[in-house]
Design a protein around this ligand. Sequence first.
Ligand SMILES: Nc1ncnc2c1ncn2[C@@H]1O[C@H](COP(=O)(O)OP(=O)(O)OP(=O)(O)O)[C@@H](O)[C@H]1O
Length: 836
Amino acid sequence: MPSSAQPGQAIHALQIKEAEIAAEQSLVDAAHVRLDEMREDAQRMLQEGFRQSQTGTKGSLVDRDAMVYQAALRAQALNVADDGLVFGRLDLVPGAPGTVGAPGSTASNGATASNGTAGTAGASIGTAGAAENGGTAAGAVEGAGADGGSGAAGGPGAPDTSGALGAPGASGGPSAPGAVGGAGGPEQHGPLYIGRVGVRTRDHESLVVDWRAPAAEAFYRATPEDPRGVIRRRVLHSRGHKVIDLEDDLLQPALVDDLTVVGDGAFLASLARTREGAMRDIVATIQREQDLVIRAPADGTVVVRGGPGTGKTAVALHRVAYLLFRHRRRFGGRGVLIVGPNQRFTAYIERVLPSLGEGSAALRSLGDLLPGATATRHDSPELTRVKGSGSMARILRRAVTDHPPGAPDLLTVVHAGVVVRLDRSRLDKLRRQVHQRVQGSVNTGRRKAADALLDALWERFVEIGGLVDAPGIKRGEFTANARDQIGGFLAAWWPIRTPAEVLLSLADPDRLGRAAGRDLTPAQTGRLAGSLAHEDGWSYQDIALLDELDSLLGRPPRPTRKVREDDPYVVDGVNILTGEEVADWEPEFRELTTSIERSERARRVDDEAEDATDYGHVVVDEAQDLSPMQWRMLGRRGRQATWTVVEDPAQSAWEDLEASRQAMSAALGISGNRRNRRPLHTFELTTNYRNSVEIAAVASRVLAKAVPDAVPARAVRTTGHDAAVALLPDSARPAFVHAARDAVIDLLGQVEGTIGVILPLGWPQAPWDVPDRVQLLDVLEAKGLEFDAAVIVAPEEVATQSPMGLRTLYVAVSRATQRLTVLTADPAWKTVLSTD
Ligand SMILES: Nc1ncnc2c1ncn2[C@@H]1O[C@H](COP(=O)(O)OP(=O)(O)OP(=O)(O)O)[C@@H](O)[C@H]1O
């Protein structure tokens, strides 16, 4: 029978727990010692690779490349957070397929494990990595095998598993290609430890299994109904290297034998922890429904829905770590892009992946996806609707083909005394023809524009009788002479355009009206033109418009040639025919010796090109808010990508969900004909891990008003503190600000972590004299964030600021983990929000 703590035996229970913790500590210590050694090995190997690459011969470049590449991967993967390196333990049924548990595998066996007798199962985790096998880098990274595959846990040379990370240069190692925990794998004796990274002894015996390896799946998936050979699941809670608490879960009580069972709700306690302003990984406590998403197939699109606090963001980030682990070559090579709603949000989540040893994913907000332009503000709801609408794509397409501002209306050349003119109507016709020919890449079309002008000039020359007036003229002579005369004209008539300049040119209502056609009402045209005339930094929706223009304009050709001194078309360092900047450019001849150098170089080139970003996987968080234009922007970054899309329609700030949905389907390649359609896997998360039951009750009341048929997620943690809803006698802003200050002062004494003061849109966020842990933000900036305590200011105003105001308010009231204060001057809202 399990020796669990009984009432009245508190001291005994404490002693048992302490003994268990001490036993687990031995294993954890051993794992840390090994991890340090492995880090040193990886660093040594990296240095060795670089050293050789400077001295070796050409012939061995490939080997060195593989070595450096491997070592770099190892070093990165080993760079996991030290906190909770080992966080789980599974005691398995003896004789379960692939997992033969050691008899009597108590925690004290965990201690013996540290003496090198830990289960051998992990010996096959990761198996002998490519470096150990002398394999190629490619083999090293892709061998992880398909999801649920029967290949090795971590596969031959999965990058971060104990095998790949083991002693460098060791030959062979236990080959054990079978899966740990999978049918037909090697026998597992003793407990299986789960950690952030696979760790093996120098003798290749497993100490710790990487959480992403198939063998670790049971840790997250086993339930009493489907125990998967697990008798006891144990979660180790650590601070730094020190185990501070344990929590056990008995999955097969009948088989417990002499296993000790301890637990005091440490999971729930971990949910109640103080929020420090940055999101943390949840690797130790991923729940079954979340794990299903994390390990979902890597093909097509995964859509994750769920209410606030159900872990959608956390799950999406852990999925990235999983995909990079299992499919390193596929996703590591082409890159993973994670897109969040705003910069506050990306700052909030930026530590999660590095803490899991994954630093390679690109993290961007919707406001900084386009290099060179950063959003600093949100538009009003009406403007957001206009700018975000899919019809803006048509409008912008027309805008780039319009007569550019300041373009001349008349071209005149003189040849052999004959004056040849092209007037505005001829020039406009020519422009249309050239645009049709260049099909979108406006900035590279200048040469075609020059050719078209020269053709038209010759035609006109002939038309006006030039051949009669100047007999014997050959076309070649005419063209050469005309070309010399059109340079200046061409630069002004077909200028190299930038997205910003085109967008701002639409501040001219006539120009915008021409581009808009019937796509905008006169009122919308006026409002949009007016807003562009008074741009005060770019808005979030502007970035999508600039990106659309960027793709319509194409990039101006980059300098590829040295200046020819006698080149008549080069004026002030610019070739006036091609728009090319010509500098005294020297190609780099130095040989790039390693793949690292080459990829570095490639990255630099990419940075310069700024548009060579077609990612292998794209994660979109808070996707319910994306406008059709924003979806188009994202679609361009993942034309061949697989996707993870995270959303809660009930939190949407974007009104036309149907249009947004269609734009999403087009971007993700899940619309269109059946043959091209990519698979779609949809998941629903149902448990709210953020809000206390008391706060969730308030959120549910708002949800019932915002989306009457929606079902709220289930909150699991009570605090005993109901939300405070204060009715202010005065609805003027200063009264709210005053009350908010008072509320903050109270809350500073009640919670240790962060406090968010969430204001309606457009309220000034004058700096307050408060500690750093208090943040002032508007309702849109609050998306995706969480605080220990939140103060919601003027819900009545948030609710009416836009047609989606109630949903935005739902976002605001679902941010807090422990305390919620709402300040309203509207008695009706006091009634709606009060739960007592
Ligand atoms: N399995 C888990 N174990 C521990 N903490 C968890 C777990 N799942 C989620 N959390 C925590 O719950 C909080 C909410 O998670 P997250 O922000 O990912 O939710 P969300 O669904 O994206 O919310 P929103 O829709 O409001 O943006 C975070 O602090 C996260 O760390």
